[in-house]
Write a protein that binds this ligand. Structure first.
Ligand code: HEC
Length: 420
């Protein structure tokens, strides 16, 4: 959409290219299913072309005090970074959007990937020496906000300051239940206390009272605030929230919600990354709960707990299939591996036909999240769901097994499901 006015503008000005502007810039898309190169002609400017893309796709993180190490929220801030920006977007490192952006595996809410035209526009701008093109009045796009806030999930007492000794630290806090009665969790908005260090946030719902007691014991053993945890909550629990920076509020699909037991404490997990320094944090998650929903949801687990990965190999593939025994609607997927993960894919096969449910071609433990579809996908009883994970074990000299610790691995997908 944004590209059309640009083409128009470019054609009109074709003979008036300022010095330094090459006739055209050709970008070859990297997706296998893309057949055409994108050609950008004429001058590309911050004011008309690049600024609006950056305000929509980059400034949720690239602002002063944000999770990203530098701001891109003005011409003055972005223009010295033009070459780096072009490099990061053409390599698809930025914006962080782990699911395949090739349009060949579902479409997702809050998709932050750039179109090929947007990538080409940023790259052409950098090549032209990052012209400003007049002073545009551009503001960062505001992230979506929670429509109704029923409770705040956070820990009592002091702020927590992650140690700079490790660049990544994982902390779990046992927090009060947001509801005295059984209810459904329907929406959330994470408000990082210290956006420079908060890398991702999860909320877990302990499976039962025993799991709560286990978490209390872990908390009591740890001398600091909260307790240390890595791939999960350290106790038997299912996620309600999986958030990474840059998104605003997330609403579960209308009429659906995840059940929570009245009075049962939750576990708030923070992943802190201290690469840019550290400082006190007191992250809050505002949430919406409903007494009833039309379609209660579950997060079904597809999880190979027999994972056994031989050491010293750059691509160990693990596949795990489970039969689907009732008709369901699938609304989204939360794929999960640890740090050896390279790629993860979930497919459903029915009568010889395969549907891609999620494809993360370049797994990055730092940017995991729950991806909700723009439309639910119906899956029939009798089909088979299969998860395929690829790991790089070259850094290991012993077999790696399933488990929650940093050195363990997982090949897991939580699937947001309602009855079909
Ligand atoms: C969701 C948060 C987020 C968004 C959105 C985002 N970035 Fe980043 N960016 C980061 C973080 C964090 C880093 C630091 C390195 C890292 O963690 O990968 C970074 C690093 C970078 C770097 C330097 C490192 C590299 O990979 O080259 C560039 C350049 C960059 N971003 C450009 C962009 C551009 C351009 C956009 C928008 C098109 C964008 N980023 C959107 C979070 C974000």
């Amino acid at each position: 959409m944004k590209f059309l006015p640009l083409v128009f503008f470019v054609v009109a000005c074709k003979d008036k290219n300022p010095p330094g502007v090459t006739e055209e810039f050709v970008y070859e898309p990297t997706c296998d299913n893309a057949d055409e190169a994108v050609t950008i002609e004429g001058e590309v400017t911050w004011a008309d072309d690049v600024g609006p893309i950056v305000m929509e796709k980059c400034t949720s993180c690239h602002v002063d005090g944000g999770i990203a190490p530098f701001a891109l929220d003005s011409y003055g801030a972005a223009s010295p970074m033009a070459t780096a920006m072009a490099g990061a977007v053409t390599a698809k490192r930025m914006p962080p959007w782990p699911p395949s952006s090739c349009g060949d595996c579902q479409s997702f809410d809050h998709d932050r990937s750039l179109s090929d035209e947007q990538i080409a526009t940023i790259a052409a701008w950098a090549e032209q020496g990052a012209p400003e093109g007049g002073s545009a009045d551009l503001d960062p796009t505001d992230p979506p906000r929670l429509a109704r806030e029923d409770a705040i999930v956070t820990w009592d007492g002091d702020d927590y300051t992650p140690s700079e000794a490790a660049s990544d630290s994982y902390r779990c806090f046992l927090v009060d239940s947001p509801s005295a009665t059984d209810a459904y969790f329907t929406a959330y908005e994470v408000r990082p206390g210290n956006p420079q260090v908060v890398h991702h946030v999860l909320i877990y719902h302990p499976d039962n009272d025993e799991a709560v007691a286990d978490a209390e014991a872990l908390d009591a053993q740890d001398t600091e605030l909260g307790y240390q945890c890595f791939g999960g909550a350290g106790v038997s629990a299912d996620p309600l929230v999986a958030w990474a920076p840059g998104g605003g509020a997330t609403e579960y699909p209308a009429g659906t919600g995840l059940p929570i037991a009245g009075g049962r404490p939750l576990i708030l997990q923070l992943h802190y990354n201290t690469a840019n320094g550290t400082g006190p944090d007191h992250t809050e998650v505002a949430i919406t709960v409903e007494d009833e929903v039309d379609q209660p949801a579950v997060l079904a687990r597809i999880n190979n707990t027999d994972l056994e990965l031989p050491p010293g190999l750059d691509a160990v593939t693990d596949s795990y299939a489970v039969p689907v025994n009732q008709d369901i609607l699938v609304w989204g997927v939360l794929p999960h591996m640890h740090e050896l993960g390279q790629s993860i894919q979930l497919t459903v096969e029915e009568a010889g036909e395969e549907t891609c449910m999620i494809d993360v071609p370049d797994w990055n433990f730092h940017w995991q999240g729950m991806y909700l579809y723009t439309e639910p996908v119906s899956v029939n009883a009798g089909s088979t769901a299969e998860i395929t994970c690829v790991f790089d074990t070259t850094g290991r000299d012993e077999t790696t097994y399933f488990g929650e610790n940093t050195t363990d691995e997982m090949c897991l997908a939580f699937v947001y499901v309602t009855g079909g």
